[in-house]
Design a protein around this ligand. Structure first.
Ligand SMILES: Nc1ncnc2c1ncn2[C@@H]1O[C@H](COP(=O)(O)OP(=O)(O)OP(=O)(O)O)[C@@H](O)[C@H]1O
Length: 467
């Protein structure tokens, strides 16, 4: 066993020379063997070795005896010792958590504190190969995602250093033999024998069968775990590269993707791409977000219907409109504005486009198309305003009888729902819509060419603007 652990540490470059190692020691066989192993068989590697014990105060006197046991063992070997007694039951009630989650949170908080106290490089934990098999199976059964299916990582960042698990390639039996060989008499936690916890049920009912089929099953699981992590790393890199071409707009709280480009990505990258967007927008993924949400979103994107909306946890809205899909927080959806444009100059619109106004003493001849609008001040009521759309907006179109709904003009021009919310509309003081910049002119455009005063409006859409 010792040789196997030595090789595992070397292969994974788990311990750098002259390092400070904190060891989490419950007093049970795994962590006691780990402390013993690091103390005796990695002596040349560490500069400081510190054992830490957390008493969760679950089992009264017996819990305290575990603490005293570890303390006593450390004293015998001259190993520095740190401990805390934490009232996990009160913490659990205050935070409405399960016993195990509460214990884990309290334990890791204290371990983190100790890491910083000693500016430690590593926190070594006694998880072994059987624990890994159980973890992976439990996650497959319960459902997980990404690296979750890889179980526990051999090394991962933690506090000012890393968590390391040097025992992942050996079994519980190996550890028990090690304890016997070196006269270690660990403490035994009676709750490990009960079938109350999911992990214990896997340990008692599934693991014996797998070991019977193949006694090296833990090595295959560990190999699987490392491969999953490696593959995920590559797929994540590919996803980032692809998503950079799919995302048309990326802001703190909003992202727009082009649906055709997204759907042309390989399937396995699509799911990851969505996950990437959600990680970015949420920062902290809400626990209520499930794989169903991602399935629904993929369905929305593949659907033949050009528009649709989904409501995700924490007010995240996903709006599909033609070839665009917007991820946005609800409160940001409608950015309404209304402002006056009575002086010559450039007026910047929220979406990055510009409306400029200019006074002329003659009718401009060369100005054509929907990006320009010419006003005869005698036929409209000044001042002019630029505003966002309102429900029921209508305008009389140049060269046509009757009026048309602004909404229908947006639809005819395939303007996405999101863009419609910030698209500028120019009206006069009576509230008559004069111009839908870039899209349509009203019948209010000047047609008399002999006046001596005109206002010319020009619309310059923002090329990078996705809204
Ligand atoms: N109370 C504790 N104080 C300090 N470290 C702990 C404590 N409980 C667990 N750990 C650390 O976390 C590892 C995994 O915890 P887990 O509860 O799965 O332990 P276990 O399988 O019962 O191991 P052990 O035989 O060491 O008790 C342990 O091997 C140990 O390194």
């Amino acid at each position: 066993m010792i040789e196997k652990v030595n090789l595992f540490i070397k292969k994974n470059n788990l311990i750098e020379a002259q390092s400070t190692i904190i060891v989490g020691v419950s007093g049970g066989p795994d962590s006691l063997a780990l402390l013993h192993y690091l103390y005796h068989f990695q002596k040349g590697k560490w500069k400081n070795l510190i054992a830490v014990h957390v008493d969760h105060m679950f089992r009264g006197k017996q819990s305290e005896e575990d603490l005293l046991f570890v303390k006593d063992y450390c004293n015998q070997l001259g190993i520095q010792f740190e401990a805390a007694q934490i009232d996990v039951t009160t913490y659990q009630q205050e935070h409405h958590l399960s016993t195990q989650v509460a214990a884990r949170e309290c334990r890791y908080q204290f371990l983190e504190e100790i890491m910083y106290k000693y500016n430690a490089d590593y926190l070594a934990l006694g998880h072994h190969g059987d624990d890994q098999v159980e973890t992976i199976l439990m996650r497959l059964v319960r459902g997980s995602k990404g690296n979750g299916y890889a179980g526990m990582q051999v090394v991962r960042p933690f506090a000012c250093g890393s968590i390391i698990r040097p025992f992942l390639l050996i079994t519980k039996d190996d550890i028990e033999s090690y304890c016997t060989r070196f006269d270690l008499y660990p403490r035994r936690d009676p709750s490990n024998d009960k079938d109350d916890y999911t992990r214990n049920r896997f340990r008692h009912h599934v693991l014996p069968f797998l070991k019977q089929e193949n006694s090296s099953v833990h090595e295959h699981f560990q190999q699987f775990s490392e491969q999953v992590i490696e593959d995920n790393q590559l797929l994540d890199e590919l996803t980032v590269a692809k998503m950079n071409t799919v995302m048309k707009r990326k802001e703190d709280k909003q992202i727009e993707i082009k649906i055709d480009l997204f759907l042309s990505m390989p399937k396995s990258l699509q799911r990851r791409g969505i996950q990437l967007i959600l990680n970015y927008l949420y920062k902290d993924i809400p626990s209520s977000l499930s794989s169903n949400h991602i399935d629904n979103l993929l369905t929305l994107l593949k659907n033949d219907h050009p528009s649709g909306e989904l409501h995700f946890p924490k007010d995240l809205k996903i709006i599909r409109s033609y070839n665009s899909c917007f991820f946005t927080y609800d409160e940001e959806k409608r950015n309404t504005y209304r402002f006056q444009i009575d002086e010559s100059g450039n007026y910047k619109i929220m979406d990055g486009s510009i409306i400029s106004t200019q006074m002329l003493d003659h009718f401009p001849q060369m100005v054509k198309g929907n990006d320009f609008f010419i006003i005869d001040p005698d036929t409209v009521k000044l001042p002019l305003y630029v505003r966002t759309r309102k429900q029921g907006d209508k305008m009389t179109l140049k060269g046509m009888n009757g009026s048309k709904k602004v909404k229908d003009i947006f639809i005819d021009n395939k303007i996405s729902i999101h863009k419609r919310d910030v698209w500028p509309i120019v009206e006069d003081s009576r509230g008559d819509i004069l111009w839908l910049p870039g899209l349509k002119k009203s019948s209010f455009e000047a047609n008399c060419m002999t006046k001596t005063k005109y206002i010319v409006l020009q619309y310059k859409s923002c090329p990078a603007s996705a809204f």
